[in-house]
Design a binder for this molecule. Structure first.
Ligand SMILES: [Zn+2]
Ligand SMILES: [Zn+2]
Length: 413
């Protein structure tokens, strides 16, 4: 019997030692024995798409993919998650993994950027589709709860924490169907089932570490005490300034004189603005225009001083206040800095800057367009098969999309 804590395959959690030795032993003997007559489609780690077809797994693979997409939508998450069908994880050097397990792809700053769900062909062939549904929810919960290689937010309780996340989203009766199917897949006895179910129900998830700072607190307080139903643009540079010139419910124009004076002060700045709270999750995300404005204010800042820090945050007030920071990195940042540097040099030489300003406006437009294409369509994917196609299900806390130009980051309380 497996230990009850071992679910589909934690990335590094799992099998007890005896089970592990036994698995390795069987694997060695069977591969030595079968070496001569194993078809290439049954050997090695990753299975090619030709082999998936040859083994008659196309529909199963499509079904698993569909379950990953549905799992993210149900959980309010949006990540770049690829599916990799594999023969034997041990062939690629994995130990202690089950039939379904997730790899993390990190960017050059070692931050999580995308994920690969590995599923064994054996699991696809033999297990019922209800376990595709249960396991893909479980794997997405690994990402949401930050229970991945290198960092386990829920520490010793990782697998039960993921199951708790699944239980919360599907409800008790569906969850018990998952778990009883899982119990027969793992050959659990009834007592193991009952104990595990209780363990899952008892979990209380560890919240994400807080990231809010003094500026966030002051901005929230300001928006709460100036709740006139309109947007405001604020800048924090040690003190909070309202730099709104004119605004409506969902549009704000900045006061160029006030912004110019604050930039001239030369202190690190955080720009804040608010989005209407009644517009749901879509309004938690920065819009197309917000990226355009960030490009302009970044340019104005770097034209003054290329090393001055500037940040952008959008706030949505509600029962739980949401704060998302967003902006540029990588090549987009380089382009803005380059333009700012040309502008600075032209001013010093007293050359006309009209041409640079026109190119800079073009750049703002282009960056807004690209960030929209890169981010926002993944943040709130429109599902045209639904009646409520416009509804955004993704919570920014559970959104991550790889980009070398833009970022969007939820700031937990
Ligand atoms: Zn797991
Ligand atoms: Zn906005």
């Amino acid at each position: 019997m497996q230990s009850p804590g071992d679910t589909y395959g934690a990335i590094d959690g799992g099998l007890n030692r005896v089970g592990q030795l036994l698995a390795v032993f069987i694997l060695l003997t069977s591969s030595a024995y079968a070496r001569t007559d194993v078809s290439p489609c049954y050997a090695g780690f990753e299975i090619s798409s030709a082999c998936i077809t040859e083994r008659g797994l196309d529909q199963k693979v499509a079904a698993y993919r569909r379950n990953i997409t549905q799992a993210m939508s149900r959980l309010g998450a949006s990540y770049k998650m690829d599916l990799r069908v594999v023969n034997n994880p041990v062939e690629a050097g994995y130990s202690d993994v089950g039939d379904v397990f997730t790899d993390v792809v990190r960017n050059d700053e070692m931050r999580n950027q995308s994920f690969i769900i590995n599923v064994t062909a054996d699991f696809l062939e033999k297990q019922p589709e209800i376990l595709f549904e249960a396991s893909s929810l479980h794997e997405v919960c690994h990402v949401m709860n930050d229970d991945l290689t290198g960092y386990h937010r829920n520490a010793a309780n990782v697998e039960a924490a993921e199951e708790h996340c699944v239980l919360q989203v599907v409800g008790e009766s569906r969850y018990e169907q998952y778990l009883s199917t899982y119990a027969s897949y793992r050959h659990w006895d009834p007592l193991t089932y009952t104990n595990y179910l209780q363990q899952v129900k008892n979990v209380s998830l560890v919240p994400a570490p807080g990231e809010r700072d003094e500026a966030d607190r002051l901005a929230i307080e300001y928006f709460k005490t100036h709740a006139d139903g309109n947007e405001h643009l604020l800048v924090y540079n040690g003190e909070l300034h309202d730099v709104t010139l004119y605004s409506t419910r969902n549009k704000v124009l900045h006061d160029p004189a006030k912004v110019g004076a604050i930039i001239k002060d030369g202190k690190p700045m955080i720009f804040f603005h608010n989005h209407p709270s009644e517009e749901g999750r879509a309004a938690m995300f920065p819009s197309y225009d917000d990226y355009g404005a960030a490009a302009l204010f970044s340019f104005m800042t770097y034209a003054r001083d290329p090393s001055l820090a500037v940040e952008f945050r959008v706030i949505q007030l509600g029962t739980k206040d949401t704060i998302v920071s967003y902006g540029f990195r990588g090549t987009a940042m380089d382009e803005i800095q380059q333009m700012a540097s040309e502008y600075r040099k032209a001013l010093a030489l007293r050359i006309d800057v009209a041409g640079i300003e026109a190119r800079q406006q073009n750049l703002d437009y282009q960056l807004a367009q690209e960030s929209f294409n890169d981010y926002l369509r993944y943040a709130c994917p429109v599902d045209l098969t639904r009646k409520d196609a416009e509804v955004c299900r993704t919570h920014p806390q559970y959104f991550l999309w790889p980009s070398d130009k833009f970022f969007l980051h939820y700031r937990p309380q």
